[in-house]
Design a binder for this molecule. Structure first.
Ligand code: F6P
Length: 402
């Protein structure tokens, strides 16, 4: 079988490790032996002292530079040995920020084709959120949150000072890692597995996604839409049942909307987990029904028949006056999904607690549905959707939890 080196390139928090894990997972599934050589992991293993302080990454810190160089060389050598043996694809996961470092790698790894994969993320808000996730690592445990953020940002600044984007360095793909888009590509050699790799980079994959609708609210009982109603006794009991159901599964992050009903539903689930955080995202808020907010369907039909019937005619495209429609929610929902995937670690289970219309849009992102059918997808409150969507397999199951 053919052999390939993939060398990740990019500043910290640009999604390199997630992409590397995604590649390994999918290639391995096709019996292509793939291993990741991660410099950060090796640094933490090799150096018992804490190396998370930003000064360690200062290009003027000779000792730090030497240590990081040594770690890079060890991993490069290990990757070479891996391909000399049974391995097919060796992925070097580190910033590889300077052209000099990359030149050295190219000269050391000349026995098989090499593909540079440079990751970009220009979205400041998601970058900030990603930094918050990074500082969860145990190596930042001795710092408070602000100190850890400053330290990580300083680390990025040090890398920025020596960073040069890829140019004229053989085979490369530049990837917008948030939006799964190839920005630029140049391929000179016969790069094995290239079609598969390209396809993978463009595919949104999720291993285990639990998509839950919030529990019953007072507004649900009155058939009222929108608003910020809280859960009923029954809704609270549903949340407790969900919590017991998920106790045995690890859910490190629960994404909710900003509405009380989703956070209230996520709360007991989170409390039953050993380690879990709730991340409310405005992108997962329920459809904004504008002038109809807090009204019941009956009140709309009676008081604003033109709204009621126009919506009935074309529910997907209809936009509530001063509000939204399914079609106009598409972009923000998509952004919420990107955020959730970007912030989750590659093998993590992902949970989203959302709303009826929002969840319909999330489901249709992963599973093709004709647009006109999306506003009618069944989103009950006593069951949740389990989704697994990878390059080769899509699973979509409605699961009862009580
Ligand atoms: O009734 C609950 C609710 O989530 C409302 O807030 C929302 O307007 C509605 O469902 C969306 O469903 P539909 O598009 O079928 O009216």
């Amino acid at each position: 079988m053919k052999k390939l080196y993939i060398v990740m390139v990019g500043l910290p928090a640009r999604g390199k490790t997630t992409i590397a894990a995604k590649l390994r997972q999918s290639l391995s599934r096709d019996s292509i032996r793939t291993r990741i050589f991660n410099n950060g992991d090796l640094r933490r293993k090799m150096i018992p002292e804490n190396t998370s302080y930003s000064g360690f990454f200062d290009p003027m810190n000779k000792e730090g530079v030497a240590l990081r160089k040594k770690i890079g060389l060890i991993n490069t050598e290990r990757a070479r040995k891996y391909l000399q043996g049974a391995g097919n694809v060796a992925i070097l996961d580190a910033t590889h920020a300077s052209a000099a470092r990359r030149k050295q790698i190219r000269s050391m790894l000349s026995d098989h084709p090499l593909l540079f994969l440079e990751c970009f993320n220009q979205d400041q808000e998601i970058l900030e959120a990603s930094i918050l996730r990074k500082i969860d690592l145990p190596e930042f445990g001795h710092l408070n949150q602000d100190e850890a953020i400053d330290s990580f940002k300083q680390r990025i600044a040090y890398y920025e000072s020596i960073y040069s984007p890829l140019s004229g360095e053989g085979n490369f793909i530049k990837l917008d890692s948030l939006n799964n888009k190839i920005i630029e590509e140049e391929i000179f050699d016969d790069v094995p597995y290239l079609d598969q790799i390209r396809d993978l980079l463009l595919t949104d994959m999720v291993r285990n996604l639990f998509l839950i609708r919030h529990g019953e609210t007072h507004f649900n009982l009155e058939n009222r839409i929108g608003g910020d109603s809280v859960l009923t006794e029954n809704g609270l009991a549903q949340a407790d049942k969900l919590a017991s159901y998920f106790r045995g599964k690890s859910i490190p992050l629960i994404f909710t909307s900003e509405k009380k009903r989703t956070i209230q539903t996520a709360d007991p689930i989170c409390r039953m987990q050993e380690e879990c955080s709730i991340i409310p995202l405005s992108e997962f808020n329920e459809i904004n029904s504008g002038i109809c907010e807090c009204m019941s369907y009956e009140e709309i039909k009676k008081g604003m028949p033109e709204v009621y019937y126009a919506r009935k005619m074309d529910k997907y495209n209809y936009i509530y006056p001063d509000g939204e429609g399914y079609a106009s929610m598409e972009k923000r929902i998509e952004r919420g999904i990107k955020k959730a995937l970007y912030l989750s670690r590659p093998m993590d289970n992902i949970m989203i607690v959302g709303h009826r219309a929002a969840n319909r849009m999330i489901l249709s992102h992963f599973l093709f549905r004709r647009r006109e059918d999306v506003p009618y997808i069944y989103i009950p409150q006593n069951k949740f959707y389990y989704l697994s969507a990878t390059q080769n397999r899509k699973v979509f199951q409605l699961m009862p939890y009580c």
